[in-house]
Ligand binder design. Sequence first.
Ligand SMILES: O=c1[nH]cnc2c1ncn2[C@@H]1O[C@H](COP(=O)(O)OP(=O)(O)O)[C@@H](O)[C@H]1O
Length: 334
Amino acid sequence: MKSSFCCNCSGSLGFGCLVQPRLGSTAFPPTKRKEQTDPDLFSTNSSQALATARARPEAGSLSRIRRLSSSLPATFRTCLSGRRKHTYGDGNHSCSSLYMASGQLSRAEALACSGCRHACHVMLYCDTNTLLFGSIPIRHIVLPLLLPQMQMRFDGLLGFPGGFVNLSEESLEAGLGRELLEELGVAFQILEEDHVDSCFAPASSPASSTSPRLITHFYTKKMEEGQIRAVETAAVTTATDHGQEVLGMVRVPLHSTKGGGGLASFLSHSFVGNARFQLLHTLLRLHLVAPEELREALARSLKIQARASEELRAALARVEGKTNLPHHSPAHTG
Ligand SMILES: O=c1[nH]cnc2c1ncn2[C@@H]1O[C@H](COP(=O)(O)OP(=O)(O)O)[C@@H](O)[C@H]1O
């Protein structure tokens, strides 16, 4: 029997989701984006004030920036502090640490990088009025609930749909459309106006610092709820990559449950490349989650990860005990 492993509504991975395939591959035409790029990354008081303070570097604003940034998570602080390492292309630039800063690379700058590889990914999302479990009260539920989409990849990591684009044969958007057809079974027309940003991907290993730099381009596309549901259906029926490169689409839970589940659990999973930063940045940019809620979720994620590390250590010791395998040491780490 083939079991399906899924992301449940508490944001944790678990067994038990049923997939209900229905027929249908739908072509979605371009839709004019309602949510145009917002120059302010953050919507609520502290973040807005922070952005304003950065934009006007008059006397006194530096201490104000420091004060305001202390209310945001460390990774965001690094980016917002304006300490940008402009070392594009030489291996020192870390997209992850700088992701929250606006415009590391414009689309044009990215396209001008000869010898770079390019990959495009997209976050699909929609509004919905659906209530979780119908009526069960859940703290901090985001209403109307929004449903951003990610996917479980062949390598067990979470990421957005998309992939490598060959610029000698296709444009960024055409390449992304091709990847989406393979992974989701749906023909999308991605437009330049759907582009959010481009940046150098962090080098995954010392060896990869000698290979061509990878630039990741990120897009968002707002859809109707019915269209998103059709994508979810097509992704498990007509998509050629389903069960191979893509193991399933998952919705990102934006709510928080009493026990601290939901977004916090989801964020504690492993993401490919800078996908977690792309998600965080987009949740803030599109005002899908308030900065304070995101900070709370990230703080909880850290606790969840610490618990998971303990569980993994115990599981490792058990497996070694049961199988008489030699004890794992850091030297065995792959
Ligand atoms: O969601 C994502 N956000 C950012 N980077 C990603 C994401 N998914 C994959 N990547 C990076 O882009 C590269 C190519 O992406 P992917 O594995 O989707 O390509 P493919 O489907 O053409 O094989 C990966 O090696 C990975 O480093």
